[in-house]
Design a binder for this molecule. Structure first.
Ligand code: BDP
Length: 579
């Protein structure tokens, strides 16, 4: 799905701001006819989670109803009109002027509807969106899980089964936009870097056959022209001599301009930023544009006070700025697909990303559940189609933790791996493990191994030397078993900002700082590792449970993004070349 764009042929209006909001605690708003007009209890901000905007909504995990009205410009009359929501947690239903338009399941990916026949251009239109944020075992990520074995989040409040707060609401921007009746639906690009040139293979998907030509231009003199087939598909290639490659130091983006031309008139157009770069695993080493690469970075969360999981440009800018300040070159979108805005920014800033699904903490009943399997495949499809053009994304992660020692986990994840590989053969695919590798049923199927390890924290608690020894031994054993490159996707320690102890003890800034530095060095010095991501970038809100003090404190930055001691230690380790 293309990101909405204002250009010579497309109009675009943001519907962000204050919307009316009503609490539907019995989830029966439709029976009360709220689709025709909601009780105007209060006004709430969009995009942002509802929880932290009002005290009484903090622990509200039922259905929230949103309403806004918009006067659609008369100029939209001759066009197709689209309503697009960047993401809403979890099941959304949409009505326009009282007419049911459609629904979408899933918390982190966009959905859109063509609403032309339901709107009145030049007049006011009412848009209503209900968002059902209930926590359930068959949602992604799952909550309220009965048969948990290892993770230990059972009984926390709210009853999600993962270590981040299940913020509800419309978390990403809402747009109204227009296209022509024949329009560009998708653009897929694959680049192949050769000795002195790059070959760009493109496929433009129109919504229908088109009796005109499709013009594709990358730069002055690098252009192609084609005709769509009966299905509205146009394919072709462009050759770029001496291409300027996308990289960490020079994240250069070409702008691919696609135009639908009918006689001399441009009917629709779209500009897609693309980067030409090559990521490969050769032996146990990762390469970017033929240069060896070690992934230094963090697991992040989309999380900020008041906003919850709401997309906010300033927070994205701040996070990227701090990532760069530490010297990080990469992050994982733990534990769900991040906003499109974040990924676009990563493309422009030269930051590498492992894009993760929201499949967190699956247990046996999930592997046996056909609905989960279908929904998981749908999420993979939506995520890859949305994100596959980002040069920043170098790999997909199809799981975070879970009971991967049960026999059913193997075939389940093999099926997801094959599904993702078919959609995107160009990227590496991994799954993040937290169980004993001797018992794991899943890692054998993936391109590289990802491990979350907390030696010296949950195990060998308070004994840093023992934790470090254990990490080193377990890494060697893992390589011995799988003979594949290994990434440590999580290691770290909680630290309460301002808490100091000598000698270093758990929860002090000193303990965290020594742990991440020492363990980073162990990981980075193994010949078969390709990266070390510290857990976590910043403290983040969790459910209430005796092991968390409002937030998970494994951040190297506080929740409001101030550095702890460990951030300074890591900054010096990752900027060694500065002297
Ligand atoms: C790992 C999870 C992560 C948690 C972290 C922790 O992947 O979501 O926040 O541990 O315990 O198990 O801090």
């Amino acid at each position: 799905m293309l990101y909405p764009q204002l250009n010579g042929q497309r109009m675009l209006t943001e519907l962000n701001g204050f919307w009316y909001f009503a609490v539907d605690k019995d989830n029966n708003g439709e029976e009360q006819q709220w689709q025709y007009g909601i009780p105007r209890e209060r006004e709430i901000a969009v995009p942002a989670s509802w929880n932290e905007q009002f005290q009484d909504l903090m622990y509200f995990f039922e259905t929230g109803w949103y309403e806004t009205s918009v006067e659609i410009p008369a100029s939209y009359q001759s066009e197709l009109v689209w309503l697009r929501v960047g993401a809403a947690n979890y099941i959304s239903k949409v009505w326009v002027n009282g007419q049911y338009i459609g629904s979408h399941e899933g918390a982190h990916l966009p959905f859109e509807f063509e609403i032309s026949q339901y709107v009145k251009c030049g007049q006011k239109n009412t848009i209503i969106v209900s968002v059902d944020a209930r926590i359930k075992s068959d949602r992604l990520p799952p909550g309220d899980v009965e048969d948990e074995q290892i993770i230990g989040f059972k009984g926390q409040y709210p009853n999600n089964y993962y270590d981040f707060f299940p913020y509800g609401g419309i978390n990403r921007p809402v747009y109204l936009y227009s296209t022509a009746h024949t329009y560009i639906k998708g653009i897929q690009v694959q680049t192949d870097v050769r000795e002195k040139e790059a070959v760009l293979t493109y496929q433009v998907q129109l919504n229908q056959a088109f009796a005109g030509s499709v013009h594709v231009q990358l730069a002055e003199g690098i252009a192609d022209q084609g005709v769509a087939d009966d299905e509205g598909i146009v394919k072709g290639q462009l050759t770029i001599e001496q291409p300027r490659l996308w990289g960490l130091e020079d994240p250069f983006l070409y702008s691919l301009q696609v135009e639908l031309l009918k006689k001399e008139t441009c009917v629709d157009s779209y500009r897609l930023d693309i980067g030409i770069r090559e990521v490969e695993l050769i032996g146990e080493q990762l390469y970017l544009n033929s240069q060896p690469l070690f992934l230094n970075g963090f697991g992040l969360h989309e999380d900020f006070p008041v906003l919850g999981k709401g997309m906010n440009h300033a927070v994205i800018a701040k996070d990227m700025n701090l990532l760069k300040w530490t010297g990080a070159n990469s992050f994982r979108t733990s534990h769900y697909p991040y906003s499109e805005e974040f990924l676009q920014y990563a493309d422009r800033q030269g930051m590498l990303v492992i894009g993760e699904t929201p499949f967190v903490g699956f247990v046996r009943s999930h592997y046996q559940n056909d609905r989960i399997r279908r929904q998981a495949k749908k999420v993979i499809q939506e995520m890859i189609v949305r994100d596959r053009q980002h040069p920043s994304i170098i790999a997909w992660s199809l799981a975070n933790e879970g009971d991967t020692f049960v026999a059913e986990a193997g075939p389940f994840y093999k099926e997801l791996y094959d599904h993702a590989k078919a959609l995107d053969p160009s990227r590496l695919i991994t799954a993040v493990n937290c169980v004993d590798i001797e018992e794991d049923q899943v890692l054998q199927y993936f391109d590289f191994i990802s491990l979350n390890r907390y030696y010296g924290w949950y195990e060998q608690a308070g004994r840093l030397d023992e934790g470090c020894d254990m990490l080193s031994k377990k890494l060697d054993r893992c390589f011995e078993v799988f003979q594949k490159p290994i990434m440590i996707t999580e290691f770290g320690a909680d630290a309460v900002a301002g808490l100091h102890t000598d000698p270093p003890e758990q929860f002090s800034e000193e303990y965290q700082a020594q742990m991440v530095l020492r363990q980073y060095q162990i990981i980075a010095n193994k010949p078969y590792t390709i990266g070390a991501h510290i857990w976590a970038f910043a403290d983040f809100k969790t459910s209430q449970t005796p092991s968390r003090v409002i937030v998970n404190r494994k951040g190297l930055f506080t929740r409001d993004r101030q550095p702890k001691l460990a951030a300074h230690y890591i900054k010096s380790a990752w900027n060694k070349h500065d002297g």
